[in-house]
Design a protein around this ligand. Structure first.
Ligand SMILES: Nc1nc2c(ncn2[C@@H]2O[C@H](COP(=O)(O)OP(=O)(O)OP(=O)(O)O)[C@@H](O)[C@H]2O)c(=O)[nH]1
Ligand SMILES: [Mg+2]
Length: 380
């Protein structure tokens, strides 16, 4: 429902260092996000500050300097590498006379561009409306700006605002109902498909880590793999046979990112929760990224949020070809393969990964037999 006024637009990107240890990496990440949104970066501003300013986030003195930079560089969109409150966003928009996008809005925008499936589109719309509803207050209405959106004309008077809010609530309710129905259908399909002899594998990890490349390498599929954040939005599944005809279903999923907006986690819950049903998670990490430890932590956090953290996990330390490291694996204290260093691109180490999957399969068969016994006992 959002217009796409930002495509090909000129952006000024602002990052504020509040003493964060990973500031430089976060500056790189926001740049990649902006480029993934197909915008041009015409100026960047990095500022040090001890705490955010309630009115302009960056303080009024700095705001004046930045205003000058925005005008000089002819930026029409200002992107903050942070999340802003609705009032800060409104104040900045007035002061800079430019479109303001905070981190969440930017990620939402990229998701909106990528969503292809019916469900994906509904999920993005729900997240956008959720983000919008917090911003729908007197004197400033997003709906007013987004002509062609919900179709509001005229100023944001009280009556109009109440109408906007009511329309939003109604649409949000509709979307939730539709998504619930799709979720039920999906659960039923999954139940029909799922057999204890099949190992369900979900590939998870930080965005751009190489999940789709690994998926293609494992299943010889042709899923879009690009040097772009959030290239994959819809879950794709494929069969894979390893060893003596052991059947696996491998799923490629949406990438995670540090402080993934909660509106998105909520909206994408059913897609994200698919991973919760997996027997095994392949957690793909881009080892060549200097910030990969942080990314591992961010992924663990999200896995916890979607209650998938207790599923067996193999850490796939990917992109070894960029580091001149040989394929290798490590075992945990129980002798299980816990991590594998490989290259999804060249295929080096893929065989090791398949062996590890087979090991997990054998263990899962023992557990399934136990489960089967339990259900039989319960049924008698
Ligand atoms: N050199 C090298 N590049 C890799 C490797 N794996 C992935 N890449 C590259 O990294 C980029 C991202 O790969 P994808 O497979 O799209 O990553 P993803 O995790 O699916 O990303 P999203 O779907 O956007 O979250 C692409 O340009 C790949 O070619 C690898 O092992 N070595
Ligand atoms: Mg992908």
């Amino acid at each position: 429902m959002f217009e796409r006024p930002n495509e090909g637009k000129s952006a000024c990107v602002i990052s504020i260092n509040f003493g964060d240890v990973d500031f430089e990496e976060s500056v790189e990440e926001i740049k990649e996000l902006v480029l993934s949104a197909d915008m041009k970066i015409v100026s960047t501003v990095n500022i040090k500050k001890s705490a955010p300013d309630p009115k302009y986030f960056l303080g009024s003195g700095k705001a004046e300097e930045v205003k000058f930079i925005i005008q000089e560089s002819k930026a029409d969109t200002v992107i903050f590498n942070h999340n802003l409150s609705p009032s800060q966003e409104r104040n900045l928009e007035k002061y800079f006379s430019a479109l303001i996008l905070d981190r969440t809005a930017l990620i939402l925008f990229i998701f909106a561009k990528r969503a292809k499936s019916h469900e994906g589109k509904l999920q993005v719309e729900l997240a956008q409306l959720d983000h919008l509803s917090a911003r729908l207050i007197k004197g400033w209405s997003h709906l007013e700006r987004q002509k062609g959106g919900i179709g509001v004309r005229g100023g944001p008077g009280e009556k109009q605002l109440e109408l906007d809010r009511r329309m939003l609530r109604l649409r949000i309710k509709q979307l939730k109902e539709k998504l619930d129905k799709l979720k039920r259908q999906r659960t039923m399909q999954r139940k029909k498909r799922s057999r204890p002899s099949v190992l369900n594998i979900s590939i998870v990890g930080y965005t751009n880590a190489g999940k789709s490349t690994l998926f293609n390498q494992l299943t010889r599929a042709d899923t879009l793999a690009m040097n772009q954040l959030f290239a994959t939005l819809d879950t794709t599944s494929r069969k894979l046979f390893i060893g003596e005809g052991v059947e696996c279903v491998v799923s490629d999923t949406v990438g995670f990112i540090k402080s993934l907006p909660t509106t998105l986690i909520e909206a994408f819950k059913s897609t994200l929760e698919e991973s919760r049903e997996a027997d095994l998670l392949l957690h793909v990490v881009n080892m060549a990224n200097p910030n990969h430890h942080e990314q591992i932590i961010a992924v663990h956090k999200i896995l916890e949020e979607i209650k998938a953290s207790s599923i067996p996990q193999i850490l796939v330390l990917n992109q070894i070809d960029r580091l001149d490291i040989k394929a290798n694996h490590e075992r945990d204290e129980y002798g299980r393969i816990s991590s594998i260093q490989l290259s999804a691109k060249t295929g080096e180490g893929i065989e090791l990964l398949k062996e590890a999957i087979l090991e997990v399969y054998e263990v899962s068969q023992i557990t399934n037999t136990d489960k089967f016994k339990e259900t039989s006992l319960n049924n008698t």
